[in-house]
Every structure is written in C-alpha cells, then in structure tokens.
Design a protein around this ligand. Structure first.
Ligand SMILES: O=C(O)CCC(=O)C(=O)O
Length: 247
C-alpha cells in the first residue's frame, strides 16, 4: 500500500489548516512509483486532490476575483504569444486566505520534497509570482512555451477541458534551452485539465505551455511556485513581461 504523505482529513489537521482546507486535500501520495515517475519525467499528475464540490465553489471564487481584480495580459512577439487573465499573489493573500493557506501549508512542501527528493523546499519570496490565478476563456488565448524560473511548480486545475476546448497543458519532459528550439512533435505530452487534479513539475526541465483556447469556456488554473532554496533570483524583466497589463 502506498504511504499516505498528506492526509488532511483527520480532525486535528483540519483545524490546523482551516476547515475548508481540511475538506479540500484528500490525499497526496508519494509512493515509490510516483517518485520514480517524477525522477524519470520531471512531472507527476495527481488526480482528484480537491473534491468536486469544493472545486466548483473555488472556481466561482477564482472567476469573481479575476473579474474584479485580474489583469489582462496581451503580449505578442514573432516567436510567442501570451494572452490570458491573471491574479497575482498579493491579491490572493489578501482576498482569498483559504487558497493562500493551501499554498503555504507545510504539508504541501513536505509532499513536494518527498516526491522530488529535494530537501529545503521553500516558499518563494516573490509573492507576485508565487501563486497566481490564471484564466483563459476566449478563442486564441494561449500561454506561450516557456521554462519556469524556479524548479517546482504545482498546477491546481479548477476546471475541466474537452479536447474541442483546447487549453491542453503541453510539455516536453527533460528539455533544456538549447534543445527547446528543435523539439519534435512526437515527444510532446498533452494533458487535458481535469478539475481537482494537480500537476507537480520541475518547470526548469519541462518546457511547457497552454495550447490555444479553441472555443469559449472558462479554463481556470492555480500555478504555485516552490523554489528549492528561498533566495534564488528571478530573471530580470520576467515579472514585467508576465504581469504588466495590456496597454
Ligand atoms: O495553466 C497551466 O496549465 C500552466 C500555466 C503555466 O505554465 C504558468 O503559469 O507558468
């Protein structure tokens, strides 16, 4: 039987993490197989981490906050396009403590540490990018191919996607900046978001993107970033590229 790494359903833990958080995280496991899968591929999918009911209620909350305070990002260069709506970490901390509690729960970092075999998983000092709400909903919206600035990213999905919707998480495991220019289509992994599921990935070795939205629907994801040490510097101008609003 796999070890249960994060069981947040017992009464005491629920109290520690907040009542709703206790309901939210059912179980994240770090079995030998999942560690091995992560070691080999640099990513791991955990299904139904958040219950459907909670997910539906969180999706509404995410959409309301994105509507009230989100920024529309529209960046287009010859090689890539970034078009989506984002809520950054400072706003989440202030307006949605329940989600912030999930992000900052020591149990989540322990699980990342177990699965990745990395000691010292920290909370990022860059609150703006540490946790976001991403909303893509119009045909043509896309989150460009990129590597992350920090190694560990947890993506929590609050919506389901159908293949006809677009909005796949696409990634090339074990890529690097040199190879990213010439990656063959057959090596590409496609993950269709399912609400309540979570992807843990080393974003510095998985080249990834959100594929273009093909028809109107609400794709809601919560990216959370966890550095291996607290004090890594972010590339200059990255935050202004990602978060400065469309003119
Ligand atoms: O929403 C997703 O599936 C991925 C988002 C992403 O890559 C990011 O926020 O860096």
């Amino acid at each position: 039987m796999p070890e249960k790494e994060l069981q947040v359903l017992t009464h005491n833990r629920s109290v520690d993490l907040g009542i709703h958080m206790g309901m939210a995280l059912k179980a994240l496991t770090s079995s030998r197989a999942s560690k091995e899968r992560f070691r080999k591929n640099g990513y791991l999918v955990a299904d139904r981490v958040i219950t459907r009911d909670l997910c539906d209620s969180w999706k509404l909350t995410a959409l309301r906050i994105a509507q009230d305070t989100g920024r529309s990002i529209r960046k287009e260069t010859a090689s890539d396009i970034l078009r989506y709506r984002v809520v950054t970490g400072e706003t989440i901390k202030e307006c949605w403590p329940e989600l912030y509690d999930l992000f900052s729960a020591p149990e989540l970092r322990s699980w990342i540490s177990e699965v990745t075999g990395t000691a010292g998983i920290a909370l990022s000092q860059h609150l703006q990018s540490a946790i976001n709400i991403n909303v893509l909903n119009e045909p043509g919206e896309v989150y460009r191919w990129h590597f992350d600035a920090e190694p560990y990213t947890v993506l929590l999905y609050l919506s389901d996607s159908e293949p006809e919707d677009g909005g796949f998480l696409e990634l090339y495991p074990n890529a690097n900046l040199e190879t990213s220019e010439t990656l063959p289509a057959q090596g590409r992994i496609q993950f269709l978001p399912r609400r309540g599921s979570l992807v843990l990935m080393d974003g510095t070795r998985c080249y990834h993107r959100v594929s273009p939205i093909l028809r109107h629907y609400q794709r809601v994801s919560i990216p959370m970033v966890f550095p291996a040490q607290a004090s890594r510097a972010r590339p200059e101008n990255l935050d202004s590229y990602l978060y400065d609003q469309a003119a």
